[in-house]
Design a binder for this molecule. Structure first.
Ligand SMILES: C[S@@+](CC[C@H](N)C(=O)[O-])C[C@H]1O[C@@H](n2cnc3c(N)ncnc32)[C@H](O)[C@@H]1O
Length: 247
């Protein structure tokens, strides 16, 4: 069920905190999205589902790269984006009034497309495709369902009443595990293996797909050191798909 931006379970402080709880994973994720964004010059760029914009702020501060627009539905998180000075549109990716061929890069970081209902994925990615200029790119960065992190998070999501203690040494500090608070997890509701998204992107019309992956270790060791991304999607706990529209 897609969000109307209210009562989505997001809490700003908790959201911002998760970036510092596993700093090396945050660094590896930043390197992944930056590597994906820079397979060519990003040009006019739209970020969809940016949360509190900590990643966008890092891209700006570290690399001097500023996104042109952010689509974000969460009433709880939008103030953080505005305080960081980003241009925002409040609402969901499905409903944004896209102008044809108006962006060079559109990206969903941190699995934000996993909040879009399955039946709306092809229509929404088609709108994204049409909003891209020739040669433009749609980038999806995800925790794959088939990764060790994905399997563990999906287990918690599907069993909200589960005793989380046995998962502590696997998941402590991961986004929204909410171990301390004992709250409901707020990570993406829709989980699929990477080939599912490859299939969808091809249906939408993308022919040129590239992949980068990072955080290759099992969950317990993921924060031991930062990693640079490597090509492929079959090992990473974080994967970026870069889909390019024909020039
Ligand atoms: C897991 S967070 C990812 C945040 C950030 N991109 C990151 O990588 O840390 C998912 C974000 O997607 C947003 N979101 C949820 N449903 C959405 C939708 N239908 N369209 C656009 N964004 C959505 C949420 O409000 C949240 O900010």
């Amino acid at each position: 069920m897609t969000t109307d931006g209210t009562n989505d379970g997001f809490e700003r402080g908790r959201f911002e905190r998760h970036y510092t709880e596993r700093p090396n994973v945050t660094e590896s994720r930043l390197r992944l999205i930056w590597a994906a964004l820079t397979t060519k010059l990003p040009g006019r760029t739209l970020s969809i589902g940016a949360g509190t914009g900590d990643v966008e702020a890092q891209l700006r501060d570290r690399f001097g790269f500023s996104v042109d627009l952010i689509i974000e539905p969460s009433e709880a998180l939008l103030p953080a984006l505005r305080e960081k000075g980003f241009e925002t549109w409040a609402g969901i990716a499905e409903a944004y009034p896209y102008e044809p061929e108006s962006f060079d890069t559109i990206y969903y970081n941190g699995s934000s497309f996993g909040f879009i209902d399955d039946e709306n994925l092809v229509p929404t990615f088609t709108k994204n495709y049409e909003a891209l200029r020739p040669g433009g790119r749609l980038i999806l960065s995800d925790v794959p369902k088939e990764s060790s992190l994905g399997i563990a998070l999906l287990t918690i999501l599907n069993n909200p009443g589960i005793d989380r203690e046995p998962y502590r040494d696997l998941l402590e500090g991961t986004a929204f595990f909410d171990l301390v608070e004992g709250g409901e997890p707020t990570y993406k509701p829709n989980w699929h293996v990477i080939p599912y998204y490859i299939d969808i992107l091809r249906k939408v019309g993308f022919t040129d797909l590239e992949f980068k992956q990072t955080v290759l270790a099992n969950t317990t060791y993921q924060d031991d050191r930062p990693e640079d991304p490597v090509p492929g999607y079959d090992k990473g706990n974080y994967v970026a798909i870069i889909a390019t529209k024909k020039a």
